[in-house]
Design a protein around this ligand. Structure first.
Ligand SMILES: Cc1cc2nc3c(=O)[nH]c(=O)nc-3n(C[C@H](O)[C@H](O)[C@H](O)COP(=O)(O)O)c2cc1C
Length: 243
């Protein structure tokens, strides 16, 4: 079976290194390629050939591990993963993350927080990510406290002159669930949150809100919202040059 070059290149991020290298070897008429060369070939293809595997981090601030927010985030993640993105998900409620202590150490010696808790792992993940999903149910018209602790702890990413340590172009999705059917009701709050994240140095944000949802089934039966979640996943999986 023959496939076009464009289709082949699109499929590459879905395959493992050895498979891509073997396919390239066949295409070039070589029967085997040494392992070291395989790795190098794929690196060149991914980095210089314009192909990138997007890395997406999902931070779920809901205390309900199997709740509506998890279902919404999962739908976004599945779509992104289907497009070849690498997904890493975190359930914030189960992590050891303290609130910001207002010590300002992050503005003095280093651009990392001095609190040695699970936030240190999230700093590395956010640094390396192309896209971050901040997922939360609406609690009292706002994000949950679990997510707010993480947002406050992003303060080290701002330099004292208010420029950012973050690499440019990171995409943000605010994935929100709420009991109220009116999805415009708290939209302004999440716009405010999105603008704050742009100020921190993130590149662009989108807001996805699933309303009328108390259990995951309430979300799944809203097929248009599920479809929108999948579109958002596809958007996150696109390389930034296509954004
Ligand atoms: C403490 C608390 C406060 C809530 N406040 C709101 C609210 O202000 N507006 C709203 O529409 N839903 C509110 N809800 C409902 C949740 O946002 C909604 O059921 C959500 O989909 C639950 O997501 P989860 O299953 O991931 O926890 C609240 C729920 C709780 C437990």
């Amino acid at each position: 079976m023959k496939i076009g070059q464009t289709k082949f290149l699109r499929m590459c991020p879905l395959l493992n290194t050895a498979t891509v290298a073997a396919l390239l070897g066949n295409a070039c008429g070589l029967s085997t390629i040494p392992n070291a060369l395989q790795k190098r070939l794929v690196e060149v293809l991914f980095k210089n050939g314009g192909i990138s595997m997007q890395k997406i981090v999902v931070l779920n601030g809901s205390p309900r591990k199997q709740g509506v927010t998890a279902a919404l985030a999962e739908e976004v993640s599945k779509a992104a993963s289907d497009q070849g993105a690498e997904i890493k998900s975190y359930y914030l409620n189960g992590m050891n993350i303290k609130g910001c202590q207002s010590c300002y150490a992050c503005k003095e010696q280093e651009h990392r927080c001095i609190l040695r808790d699970d936030m240190q792992e999230l700093y590395d993940e956010i640094d390396a990510a192309d896209g971050i999903v901040f997922a939360t149910p609406v609690y009292m018209w706002q994000m949950t406290a679990q997510l707010k602790q993480v947002i406050d702890r992003l303060y080290p990413f701002i330099k004292p002159d208010y420029s950012s340590y973050l690499a440019p172009g990171k995409k943000i999705l605010l994935a929100v669930t709420q009991a109220r059917h009116d999805t415009l009701m708290f939209h302004h709050y999440f716009e405010h949150m999105g603008k704050n994240l742009l100020f921190l140095g993130f590149g662009v944000y989108k807001i996805l809100i699933a309303g009328g949802a108390k259990i995951p089934e309430d979300f799944y039966k809203q097929t248009e919202v599920v479809a929108e979640a999948r579109r958002m996943g596809n958007w996150l999986a696109e390389s930034n040059s296509e954004a």
